[in-house]
Design a protein around this ligand. Structure first.
Ligand code: ADP
Ligand code: MG
Length: 244
């Protein structure tokens, strides 16, 4: 039997901003049910990978190759809203939420996608089970939340769209260690319930153990790829990302 198409496949992706090329021949696979991590230093191009998937930066056309596929179908060249409509949700860098809206209304905004219609009550239940603190704070304005709660809200809002693939861009950035752990645990639980995850996370100590596979991106190129726990043991990652 042939292997089923991966959920997401980046094939020799070149991308950048104007004259600046940031990504060079990036290949990356995410299979159904996996958590896949993407790690790398600041400026390596991790966020640009997410922007390329979402159609926020165009691919550079090479003479041959250069494609992004979701469930086997090309999505490069689609507008961002079309990519999202196919079932890809993102929690962007910095957990942007609507500050002057309540927690509940922020979550409802996430359920406006056509694919989420009719599933809002169930999705809300699921989000509040995952993050009981959001349930307690549902009438509160989002701007009054702590950093950790805002990150939970951003993740919850993405889940409300009933995605098949969740992209997370540094969800624990700026959070204290105990919150980092609880965010990573929540991502693990989200995955156990069947959602596939592509995770950008600098706290490799927390993120790699829960990652089926992981990629190291440096200066826009994938330089290493392995099972998450194995990568955590690799001399390169230990030296560059853990300082040991
Ligand atoms: N909107 C932009 N316009 C021009 N250059 C950008 C833009 N966004 C990012 N860059 C550049 O692209 C490179 C990769 O950035 P980014 O993908 O944000 O890296 P990372 O997420 O790994 O820190 C950096 O050199 C950055 O300065
Ligand atoms: Mg980034």
């Amino acid at each position: 039997m042939p292997e089923p198409a991966p959920l997401l496949a980046l094939e020799a992706v070149d991308a950048g901003y104007g004259a600046l090329q940031v990504l060079w021949g990036v290949r990356l696979l995410v299979r159904h049910g996996e958590i896949v991590s993407l790690i790398g230093p600041n400026g390596a191009g991790k966020t640009t990978v997410i922007k390329a998937i979402l159609g926020l930066v165009p691919l550079r056309r090479r003479p041959a190759g250069g494609a992004i596929r979701f469930k086997g179908e090309r999505i490069d060249g689609l507008a961002p809203e079309q990519v999202v409509r196919r079932g890809i949700a993102v929690v962007p860098e910095g957990a942007r939420v609507f500050p002057e809206m309540t927690v509940l209304d922020n979550l409802r905004m996430g359920a406006l996608a056509p694919r989420a219609r009719g599933r809002e009550p169930q999705s809300l239940d699921d989000v509040f089970t995952l993050f009981p603190r959001l349930a307690e704070r549902r009438p509160q304005l989002a701007r009054t939340l702590s950093g950790g709660e805002r990150q939970m809200l951003a993740i919850g809002r993405a889940l409300m769209s009933c995605p098949e693939l969740l992209l997370l861009d540094e969800p624990s950035l700026g959070l204290q260690p105990s919150l980092v752990r609880s965010i990573i645990e929540a991502i693990s639980r989200i995955n156990e319930r069947g959602l596939t995850v592509l995770l950008i996370e600098q706290n490799v100590h927390f993120s790699l153990p829960i990652s089926r596979r992981a990629y190291v991106l440096e200066q826009g190129r994938v330089v290493l790829e392995d099972a998450g726990p194995a990568l955590l043991e690799s001399p390169h990652v230990r030296l560059s990302y853990l300082g040991v």
